[in-house]
Design a protein around this ligand. Sequence first.
Ligand code: 5CU
Length: 368
Amino acid sequence: RQSPTATIVDIHTHVYTPLFMEILRSRDAVPYIRSFPPDTSDRLIILPGEDSPDTPATSRGRPIGPDYYDISKKIEFMDTHGIDISVISLANPWLDFLPTEDALRVTQQVNDELNNLCASYPGRLYAFGALPLSGSVAEVIQEIKRLAQLRYVRGVIMGTSGLGDGLDDPRLDSVWGALQETKQTIFLHPHYGLPKEVYGSRQDNYGHVLALAMGFPMETTIAVARMFLSGVWDKWTKLSVLLAHSGGTLPFLAGRLESCILHDRHIMEKGKDEKRRTIWDILQNNILLDSVVYARAGLKAATEVAGSDRILFGTDHPFFPPLTNEEGGKEEQWLSVTMNYRAVQEEFEPKTLDGILGGNAIRLLRLE
Ligand code: 5CU
């Protein structure tokens, strides 16, 4: 075990529920699941453009197997890595793509599936629900209120597009209000990345690295900065948001964000009669950061801005499985998990470590 005393909680861990799988298998536009003959194995295509005909069939998207959709595999993974509790969530792009008329009904079914999966392993699983973001605002709020009644749900996972116009969209105001009122945490996770041109003409040489290592964190950083700049937390002062991948680059860039505001005549004049909360205040009171940065440098920045009592351990399972080793087999322990464990163990002294590995999640997400 990683700590003799901690209850270990993984708050960043995705599942594909039966209905989510069925929907993905029925589609032929991204996101979808299918095989590319002559290869017969299923591949999961999530990110825009990763099914380009120029890409060899065996490197389109990623292989998808039971780790993604069989909940007993999640429990096996947890046992292998000493994880006591997982807070499961759908993977990106969640249900953002549903036709408006299906959004509420399908989201309710998928959320019930998530809650039922948790019920099948009592005490080991909790969930972040999904929202019908392609439906109406009234439907989103209806589902937020229903989620608050589901036994194992502790919040919602959402992407950076919100209702389609980002997280500074004034139409989200009542959504933030409903989430604050029902004390549900938002798990904010990237999906859409940066425009493809940013990655240049040789991007295919670099596999998924630029999109996942750089695009995802930048996307989160900009989305949360827009939310902050639009004054969401000035109004909803108790709204709690857990940022994936330790906040992208927000911990590193928070000082620059504040400085640019203080030097921006437009913002300063527009807001001169209002009291503005700083990004430092929000980082210490509203934002939680996962530990999924794999190295001490990122953890140091996260701790500096948010405090070690607001950092929560995560794995990103079932993504980043081990590659096959020289003998063609796979390591039992996942490198993506052991790297993360090592970084937190090296960075924090035992009492703080126990909080990050689980105590913080238990307290902040009420995992009794
Ligand atoms: O490997 C990937 O594409 C991903 C993804 O899409 N989402 C995620 O959370 N991790 C890895």
